[in-house]
Design a protein around this ligand. Sequence first.
Ligand code: ACM
Length: 667
Amino acid sequence: MPLFFVFILCIAALPAAAQSLMPMPAQTSMHEGALPVTRASTADCADPLAQRAVERFLTRLSKRGPTPNGAELHIRCGAAAEDESYTLRVTTSSARLAAPGPLGVLRGLETVLQLATEKGIAAATIEDRPRYRWRGLMLDVCRHFMPAEAVKRQLDAMAMVKLNVFHWHLSDDQGIRVESKLYPRLQTHGSDGKFYTQAQIREIVQYARDRGIRVVPEFDMPGHTSAILAAYPSLAATPGPVPIAKTWTILSPVMDPTRDEVYTFVERFLGEMTTLFPDRYLHMGGDEVNGSGWARSPKIQAFAKENGLSGKAGIHAYFNKRLSDIIIKLNRIMVGWDEILHPDLPDTTVVQSWRGVKAMEKATGQGYRSILSNGFYLDHMKSAAYHYANDPGDGERILGGEACMWVEYVTAENVDMRIWPRMAAIAERLWSPASVRDVESMYTRLRGVSAQLTELGIQHETSRMKMLQRLAGKHSVKPLEVLSTALEPVKMYARSTSRAYTTATPMNRLVDSIPPESLTARQFANLINEAIGGNAGARLTARSMLEQWRDNHKAVLPILQSNPLLTEIVPLATMVRDIAAAGLDALDGKPAKLMAGDGKRVPPLVTQRTCAAILMQYGRRRTTVRRQCAEPRYLEELVPVILEPVRRLVDSATASNASRDSRRRAG
Ligand code: ACM
């Protein structure tokens, strides 16, 4: 054995070379030193999938810095088709990757790239395997179409963090995005002309397969079908015409479950789709069925009565049973959102739980296999830490988890920023052992992964800078960037309540141009906690951050005033300045200044009156103004996330002043 120094990876001492490792392997020992690698031998792994992966690997590795005449990575693999495990041993004299099958080679090569330093591949011994076999990302391409290139970028990024299921949400009220030769009106009348040709679908499925990713297409039925019914109105429960939706609520158009013609359509259409999508699983949606169309139809009501179907749930279950029979005939396994759960479905059915963990427990309790998506909704704009804490749990019927990217407020321009790098934290939750849960370590490694994603061509960073620069116009982007680090987009579904959006609304405002989570604000919140705990260094750094936010106001104001898309931000920018100033006052031991007129101890936020006056000036409708100013923290769909830590700081300073005063009185 060569001389080495073993770090069993505990989080306290994460060696620099491991700071891009994500997902964290099942077992990792880092050793001293590194080995420059420039070649790879696949003589013991002839599988074409692995060979193509090795070519891509060498290309990526060579871009890191050409070390001439480096060592060879020796790769050995067996023929196990689905096994993703691998063993990696890198010393200062040799590098070996061994796996039971080609997929393990793919996963292991990503680990090698994550271990690459300027001195070579960091010496390490790694034994790795996934915790779950279903580690997915769902992408909606209906509310806003995502061109093939945008889809391929997600596949590249997914492969980097060892995800293995791409769930492609291809039909919804706003469009059906796949070309059908049997039902061509689907693309001509069921979309705005934006759809994937069959050749593109085949190419993307192959692209995914090459990266060890299965593609599970979703054709949502019987609700979320406005686009299908726009193309074929005779399938609808109530007489058409049905328009393609331009907005997104739970719309009333729904298929007619009583008509044989509907099942003929479903069978022929899905039959055609199975020639494009070889995966054994087929997702049939089944979520958010609006029962009003069924309730309004005397014919459907009579049918329900005749067949003993009770209410919406009974009719939905009948539809799903017939759907399921068709899917079995097509030699596929049905996946559906948790609303489909019903004892009539065959026990091979997979239930995707989105409404709650309870839905998953109910499904697995009744013998169905399940995938957890509740808690993994990327469109909720929560932090990486929030998603990281979400765990599908253990149980043989739990296949794994899937993050969902619904794109009502997302376009191809900012989709990377909406998914990455947070998705990497979810990938770790789904791949790594349950015991890997240190949040600070995750964030440290997320920075490393984020840089590697950019290297791979993912646009989460570049699109942010491009969009901010477009807003700043001829001005320097820096002040806008500084302001934006104090802000995050509103969480959950708040956007849908603040403005009237349609599919045509441009997504080009500040809220669209900044990431869901400000890592700077997160660092600031940690510093404030440490400062309150008495850490002088943290106090100093927090002070300089607050000064930067406060003093940035002068520089950012002319930028905000120069672009009509940004003038709406002025009140919010003022608020950020005032919050920062309040924080500095608290650091100076003068928190009394924060007493607002109403006697509550809050930072000097814009008052409702000022808020209303400013918004009215920009021609907002009175109702919008009332709503936005009722909760001034959510002005313009942005949250000044530095507010909460500053509040803690103010409270702490107020408390320590009070105890000093009482000591003085007592003394
Ligand atoms: C869903 O989010 N409607 C599945």
